[in-house]
Design a protein around this ligand. Structure first.
Ligand SMILES: [Mg+2]
Length: 224
C-alpha cells in the first residue's frame, strides 16, 4: 500500500492571492499614473486568473506604452515577491509528511507565475511534488490534472487520497470526480451551493485542513 496522498490548491488555499492582488493593482495603478476607474478595471481582469493576454487588454485600455510581455514579466516578479504562505501552513505540510503523507500541489495557471510563487514562498521545499496546468493541456477540474499531480508526488490516484481547495468546481467537484475525498476552504464567509455534492469537510483555512488530516491516517483512509 502506498502512502496516503493529499493535494492542495495554491491560490487562496496555501497563499492569499486575492489580498496580494489588491495590493499589487494599487501599486500598478500608482506607478502608471492611473485612477480609480482603471483600478477597478485591472482588478476585475486579474481577479480570477491572469495570463500574458490579460496585459494586452490592460495596455490597450489604459494606454500604456510598455509591451504586454514586459508588463506580464513585471507582474510575475512582483506577485512572487509579494505573496507568502503562513509559517504555520508550511509547518503543517512538514508535519503531514512526517506523519507519512505524500503532500502535493495541484494548481491551475501559467507555469511561470505559479512556479515563481511556489519557489518564492518555499512551498516547493515542503511538498513532494507540484503540477501546474500551464505545463500541459490538462486543467482542474479534469481528473487527469490530479493524476499528474499525484505522479509528481511519486504516487497515483488509484489508492484515493484528499484534495484541499477553495474552488467548489475545480477543487471539490474535480477532486471528488477524480476519486478523492475533499476539504473545502470556505474562508468563513461563503455558504456551500446546496445543488452541488458537498465536500467531506469544510474548514476556514489551510492550517485547519492540515489539523483535520493529521490525527489519524488510518481513520481517514477508512472513510467512504
Ligand atoms: Mg484556489
Amino acid at each position: 500500500m502506498r502512502p496516503p496522498l493529499v493535494l492542495f490548491d495554491l491560490d487562496n488555499t496555501l497563499v492569499d492571492r486575492q489580498g496580494t492582488l489588491a495590493s499589487w493593482v494599487a501599486g500598478f495603478v500608482a506607478r502608471h499614473g492611473l485612477g480609480e476607474v482603471e483600478y477597478e478595471y485591472v482588478l476585475g481582469l486579474v481577479r480570477e486568473r491572469t495570463y500574458p493576454a490579460t496585459f494586452e487588454a490592460i495596455r490597450a485600455r489604459c494606454d500604456l506604452s510598455a509591451p504586454a510581455s514586459e508588463l506580464w514579466d513585471t507582474y510575475c516578479r512582483d506577485i512572487a515577491a509579494m505573496v507568502s504562505c503562513p509559517a504555520e501552513v508550511l509547518d503543517g505540510l512538514d508535519e503531514l509528511r512526517a506523519a507519512g503523507w505524500r503532500v502535493g500541489v495541484a494548481t491551475n495557471g501559467m507555469a511561470d507565475i505559479q512556479w515563481a510563487k511556489l519557489r518564492a514562498t518555499r512551498i516547493v521545499d515542503h511538498v513532494d511534488g507540484a503540477y501546474v496546468s500551464g505545463e500541459g493541456e490538462v486543467r482542474k477540474p479534469e481528473a487527469g490534472h490530479f493524476a499528474l499531480a499525484a505522479q509528481r508526488c511519486g504516487t497515483a490516484l488509484s489508492d484515493g487520497g484528499w484534495m484541499v481547495g477553495d474552488n467548489p468546481v475545480n477543487d471539490v467537484g474535480g477532486g471528488r470526480a477524480a476519486g478523492l475525498h475533499t476539504i473545502w476552504i470556505a474562508h468563513g464567509r461563503r455558504p456551500w451551493d446546496p445543488s452541488a455534492p458537498a465536500p467531506d469537510h469544510t474548514v476556514s483555512c489551510a492550517r485547519a485542513a492540515v489539523d483535520l488530516l493529521l490525527p489519524g491516517v488510518s481513520r481517514l483512509r477508512g472513510r467512504t
